[in-house]
Ligand binder design. Structure first.
Ligand code: NDP
Length: 459
């Protein structure tokens, strides 16, 4: 039997060739940066339909410009520990793209932080920020400082030293950092205090995630987790499904995870498991969030303490095995590449219906392919966790106008933004010939806005 060859339109061929050329140059120009390569590959491959339809983006060198940060800053962070010894860490800020607004993105304190991690996060932030419909560009920063086991004074001294250098590169109309892994309200407070001292001015809009008593927005703490669940709710609704009565597994037990669990419970789901970097807990009665918040947010303890208070629950070491627990909905909310091909196969074998990425790039490319091949609903991070930065932009708006909205007002705007992001992603997926594929829809919807602004602003 003769095999009929699939004909590829010449413009599609040109777009594919262009993407491959840019990917090749990213690998050559940024050696030893696997996370950055992964993020760029996942995104660029999905942009082929947009480049086919609008070949002028190729002529304008949009992809070459998108994958090269506008500025990368790397700096020394010296500080003194409680024993009086001098310690030195490395700090980063990557200012990736400012086509649609000042750079915006969090700061991560974790020993794994390096140029690759900060660049992958900054690159993804461009598309995510664009999707929110707010005027914010893409950036990210951090340090290889490990906050675990440090005293409050050590955290303060380190954070002040970090800001002493960072302050030279940021500002309310330049670059507006926020929190991420290892950076919450405490660290933002110390950074803001130091920035204010160095500048001699009260520029509230220079950082987001501040305390509500000094310019922070209500509902910012909850925004990423709530937003992820709002997005997944829309995705389920489109298939006639909901959170009501569903079993949910959420990885992590930090800022994003805890508020994703809270909203999922409010919508009638039973969250049976969550984790930290040491292991995971399983509570078939449903996780008691009051106890979990006290352990992880207030006391900053390890998650195994939970079983002392709930003897019916179980603790297991090896956080990755959390994906072997049968569930209807899985929300990876801890860190990058925490859900690989093996984990995806286990989730599929156990009948998972939907995945919502609360963390940044938590699923490997293999895992995403497995979900798509088995028709599991998949909400990609750039869309699903955009609620945090969206409310950060609302915090900037409140700071500029010197007013504060109520929790309910901010939450209602967040909810609308997440519905809008879902709609944009669904429509773009349909318009560009891949109905139902939210990875393609999200990437294209975020890309077009930025690419058009870049074309209009010239080289
Ligand atoms: P937190 O520091 O508050 O919490 C992180 C959680 O993940 C902790 O439970 C931590 O465990 C666990 N974790 C961290 N590293 C690992 C690892 N290598 N393996 C397993 N578990 C790990 O961070 P956030 O909740 O703020 O951030 C979580 C994710 O969400 C990140 O990918 C972040 O980039 C993303 N994100 C965050 C936003 C925000 O507004 N905060 C906005 C958008 C995305 P342990 O307690 O042991 O450290």
């Amino acid at each position: 039997m003769a095999i009929k060859e699939k004909t590829i339109h010449p413009q599609t061929q040109a777009a594919e060739k262009y993407v491959q050329k840019v990917l090749e140059s990213v690998r050559e120009r940024n050696p030893h940066e696997p996370e950055f390569h992964q993020a760029v590959k996942e995104t660029l491959l999905s942009l082929v339909p947009a480049l086919t339809k609008k070949p002028e983006y190729i002529d304008h060198g949009i992809l070459e410009r998108l994958v090269e940060p506008e500025r990368v800053i790397s700096f020394q962070v010296p500080w003194t520990d409680d024993q009086g010894r001098v310690q030195v860490n490395r700090g980063f800020r990557v200012q990736f793209n400012s086509a649609i607004g000042p750079y915006k993105g969090g700061i991560r304190f974790h020993p794994s932080v390096n140029a690759s991690i900060v660049k992958f996060l900054g690159f993804e932030q461009i598309f995510k920020n664009s999707l929110t419909g707010q005027p914010i560009g893409g950036g990210k920063g951090g340090s290889d400082f490990d906050p675990k086991g440090k005293s409050d004074q050590e955290i303060m001294r380190f954070t002040q030293s970090f800001m002493t250098e960072l302050s030279k590169h940021i500002g309310p109309d330049v670059d507006v950092p926020a929190g991420d892994i290892g950076v919450s309200a405490r660290e933002i407070g110390y950074m803001f205090g130091q920035y204010k001292k160095l500048r001699g001015a009260y520029e509230a809009g220079v950082l987001t995630g501040k305390g509500p008593n000094y310019g922070g927005s209500l509902a910012r703490t909850e925004a990423t987790g709530y937003g992820t669940v709002y997005f997944v709710e829309e995705m389920l609704k489109a298939k006639g499904l909901s959170f009501e009565g569903k079993t949910v597994v959420v990885s992590g037990s930090g800022n994003v995870s805890i508020f994703a669990m809270e909203k999922a419970q409010e919508l009638g789901a039973k969250v049976v498991a969550c984790s930290d970097s040491s292991g995971y807990i399983y509570d078939e009665n449903g996780i008691d969030l009051g106890t979990l918040k006290q352990i992880k947010m207030e006391n900053k303890e390890r998650i195994n303490i939970y079983i002392d208070k709930h003897p019916d629950a179980y603790y297991f070491e090896e956080c990755k095995n959390i994906w072997s627990i049968p569930c209807d909905i899985a929300l990876p909310c801890a860190t990058q590449n925490e859900l690989d091909g093996d984990s995806a196969r286990k989730l599929v074998a156990n009948g998972v219906a939907a995945i919502g990425e609360g963390a940044n790039m938590p699923s490997t490319i293999e895992a995403i392919d497995i979900f798509h091949n088995h028709e599991v609903l998949f909400a990609p991070a750039k869309a699903a966790n955009a609620g945090g930065v969206a409310v950060s932009a609302l915090e900037m708006a409140q700071n500029s106008s010197r007013i504060s909205w109520t929790f309910e007002e901010v939450d209602a705007q967040l909810h609308e933004i997440m519905i809008d992001i879902h709609e944009k992603s669904v429509n773009a997926a349909k318009e560009y010939g891949h109905p139902g594929n939210l990875v393609i829809g999200t990437n294209i919807a975020g890309f077009i806005n930025v690419a058009d602004a870049m074309v209009m602003q010239g080289v």
